[in-house]
Write a protein that binds this ligand. Structure first.
Ligand code: ZN
Length: 459
């Protein structure tokens, strides 16, 4: 079964780089371009050569050293821009000149101050000029989604006739809706003569959080190239996120039966590299590449995950290059997850011992959000070295008490050393240093709600 192939056009280095705080120097762009090559994108838009000498040099260097993908350079619809782009792309194995010109009334009237006739002419001339230099020419009618559809069809037809091999339909301001954008792409297929001579492309911005949905709607209606960026960086709210587009198609081929050339195992490292270079961290809950994208903290989720990852995971972390499904140990974690982490740290416990480790763990997790391995190791050490007595809670108090499975209202417990320091600086949870130098805390057990107790003693 042959699925249609979607061209992945990465514009992290051009549109993405335009976003505040995401500028990169030439060396950094080169490094990222090499990673994009490993990732398997089809087109790298390396920059806007006329915009600055730095952009020119970046495009030139990337063109010279990244040989597999198409390297695109952006140009406004005028010969100076097109010539400069072509100059930068000279050394490319597969060069593409990407020409753009706004077509919406609002842009023509207030920004360009030209008539629609002039716009059509300028677009056609610029594409013709680009085509005289380079076989691979892309044209973008900027603000296409706010352009009068009959006029947009006219422009698209003219640029294809002039030699454009890709026509991109930008939702420059992130205004369109999925159904509407899909209809627009379909309208082009129905009304533009010669449309089969060009690849139709999507370029969606995320101002309403719909960039990925819009891009997918475009693909469903005939678009065969998607312009996107790593981590969805880009102007304002960003561009369609490459990793989300690719994985949506990979996870749901029943809905989106398309192929891409992306090696999805490279997604996470690409995302990490971009975040490292720009020092713009990925939001923790970012789909696919966020720190929490594969983290499961709730006890019931962790338990299900350990029994069968399919219970809560629609794709494996490995498939996008995340090293491991990180079970975050926090106060909602269950005993099963704790036992496994202990095992990974080299400690196997019998039920009774595990009870004690777990009891202390919950107390600790109540104080600090995330229990790190180092905390856990200290806690284990305290339990295994028989330091139970050091805490003022005896086992009988823990399990006795007329069948009630929780200790008295308040008990002082020893706190692992690594946590003591943190707790000491935390005014909200004052730690009291005992005369042995061991910090202890007053733990109000009545604070645990009943669900917590279920997790504490159940499973
Ligand atoms: Zn854009």
């Amino acid at each position: 079964m042959d699925r249609p192939r979607i061209t992945i056009f990465d514009t992290t280095l051009r549109d993405g780089e335009q976003s505040p705080g995401c500028s990169m120097n030439v060396q950094e762009k080169l490094r990222l371009a090499q990673q994009l090559d490993r990732l398997g994108v089809d087109v790298i838009e390396a920059g806007f050569p006329i915009a600055s000498d730095g952009d020119f040099e970046a495009v030139q260097r990337i063109a010279a050293s990244v040989r597999r993908p198409i390297i695109a350079g952006l140009a406004r619809a005028c010969s100076g821009d097109v010539d400069r782009a072509w100059q930068a792309l000279q050394g490319a194995a597969h060069p593409r000149i990407h020409v753009f010109l706004a077509t919406s009334d609002i842009h023509l009237k207030y920004k360009l101050r030209i008539t629609s006739e002039r716009c059509l002419e300028q677009a056609r001339d610029a594409v013709r000029h680009a085509k005289s230099l380079c076989a691979d020419v892309e044209f973008s009618p900027e603000d296409a989604t706010r352009t009068d559809i009959p006029f947009l069809c006219e422009v698209v037809e003219a640029v294809i006739a002039a030699g454009a091999t890709t026509v991109n339909i930008p939702d420059t301001v992130g205004y369109t809706m999925p159904e509407e954008y899909g209809q627009l792409i379909r309208a082009l297929y129905e009304n533009v003569a010669g449309i089969d001579k060009a690849t139709i492309s999507t370029h969606c911005h995320n101002d309403l959080g719909l960039a990925v949905a819009n891009s997918l709607a475009g693909v469903q209606n005939g678009a065969r190239q998607v312009e996107c960026t790593i981590n969805g960086i880009g102007e304002r709210a960003g561009n369609a996120s490459l990793e989300e587009i690719v994985m949506a198609m990979r996870v749901r081929p029943d809905r989106y039966a398309f192929e891409t050339g992306v090696a999805s195992e490279q997604l996470y490292s690409s995302s990490q590299m971009l975040a490292e270079i720009t020092r713009v961290p990925v939001q923790p809950n970012k789909a696919i590449t966020g720190r929490n994208a594969f983290a499961h903290e709730a006890g019931i989720h962790q338990d299900g995950m350990l029994k069968n990852p399919l219970t809560y995971e629609i794709m494996t972390p490995q498939s996008v290059g995340v090293p491991d499904s990180r079970l975050v140990l926090g106060k909602h974690s269950g005993r099963h997850a704790l036992a496994l982490r202990c095992e990974q740290l080299g400690h196997q416990f019998e039920r009774r011992e595990l009870d004690e480790v777990y009891r202390r763990f919950v107390v600790l997790a109540d104080r600090i959000k995330k229990v790190q391995d180092s905390h856990l190791l200290e806690l284990i050490q305290d339990v295994t070295s028989g330091d139970v007595s050091r805490g003022n809670v005896s086992k009988s108090e823990v399990t006795g008490n007329q069948g009630k499975k929780f200790p008295p209202a308040a008990a002082a417990l020893p706190l692992p050393r690594a946590v003591s320091a943190a707790a000491n600086s935390n005014e909200a949870h004052p730690a009291h240093a005992s005369n042995t130098g061991q910090a202890t805390m007053l733990i109000p057990f009545t604070d645990h709600h009943s669900e917590q107790e279920d997790y504490l003693w159940g499973v």
